[in-house]
Design a protein around this ligand. Sequence first.
Ligand code: COA
Length: 333
Amino acid sequence: MPTLNTVAGAKHARIYSVGSYRPRRAVTNAEVCELIDSSDEWIRERSGITERRWAGEGESVVYMAAEAAKVAIERAGISASDVGLIMLATVSHPYAFPSAAVEVGDLIGARGAPAFDLSAACAGFCFGVGMAADLIRGGSAKFIVVVGVERLTDYVDKHDRGTAFIFADGAGAVVIGPSETAGIGPTVWGGDGSQKDAITVSASMTDYRDGIVSEYPTTVMAGQQVFRWAVGEMPKAINQALEIAGITAADLDVFIPHQANNRITDALVRALDLPEKVKVARDIITTGNTSAASIPLAMDAMLQSGEAKSGDTALLVGFGSGLVHAAQVVTLP
Ligand code: COA
C-alpha cells in the first residue's frame, strides 16, 4: 500500500474582517401587531425587540450574502481571487440546489473557489468559524469566507403570534485566514436531534405539494422549551469553550451570543457571572433574531460603533433548531 502525502497549513487562524448587510426596510412592533394579537410593550418586555429588518424585492439570500461578503473581503485587504472556500450558513435559501454559496462565489468574483451551504440554523455561523479555522490549519484553504445569512420572513407566518415578532432577515460575513498567533479557540459543539420539534417547519415541501397539508410550511416553535434549553445548556458549553481556550471570563472583553431573545442573553450573562467590563451584544433590539446571521451582524455593529475594538477577546455562542449549538473564543478583527 503506498504512503499518501498529506498537507499541513498555517499554525493558527484568525478572523481578518467582518462585513454585513441589513435589509432596507425597518419594521416596527406596531406594524407586526397589525397582523397578530400582541402589543409593542409585550414584545419589548418578552424579547427586547423594538424593530427588525424584513427583506424586500431583490434582497434574496444570495444577494444579501454577496453584499456582506464583498464588504468583508474589502476590509480584509485581500482580493476575491484569493478566496479559497466559501462556506455559507443558512436555513432559508429557497433552492435545494445548487447552493447559495456557489452563486455568491460567482457574484463576488471568486470564480473557481469551492463553495457549499451548511445547515445548522442559529449555530451555523459558529459551526462555520470552527470548521474554517481547522481547514486553514489543515492546509485545505488559505482564505475562507464564512457567511451567515437568512431571509426567515419567507418561512414565518406573519399571523403567528409565537414567531412573527422574533424572526427577521440579514447577512453577515467574515474572512478567516492564516495567523502567527491563535485568533480562534477550539470549538465546543453538539447536537440533540431528540428535540428536533422544538423549532421546526410545520410540514415538508413534498407534503405541501401532495396536498397532505394545505398551508405553506412555516416555522413552529415551542418557545418555552427553547428558552429553558438555551439557559440551562449554553452556560456549560460556554464554560467548556473558555476552559479549552485556556482563559476565564475575566479575560473576555466582549460577549456575542446568538441574538435569539434579549432575555436569554440576560440569563446567560447572569449564569456566567460575566465581569461588568464585558461588552454584551444587544443587536437584537433593532435587528430581531436573524438566525445564522445574528452573530456576524452584531459583531460588525459593535466594531463599527466603537463599542468593541479590533484585538478584543470575544466569546461567541450560537444555538438553535436541531437542537444544535457551537461556542468558541475569538480575537475580533
Ligand atoms: N403577544 C402577546 N401575548 C402573547 C404572545 C404575543 N405575541 N404570545 C404569547 N402570548 C401570551 C400567551 O397567550 C400566554 O398568555 P396566558 O398566560 O394568558 O395564557 C402568555 O403570553 C405566555 O405565553 P408563552 O408562550 O408562555 O410566552 P413566553 O413567556 O414563553 O414568551 C417567547 C414567548 C417566544 C417570547 C419565549 O418563549 C421565548 O423567547 N422563547 C425562546 C424563543 C427563542 O429564542 N427562539 C429562538 C431560538 S433560536
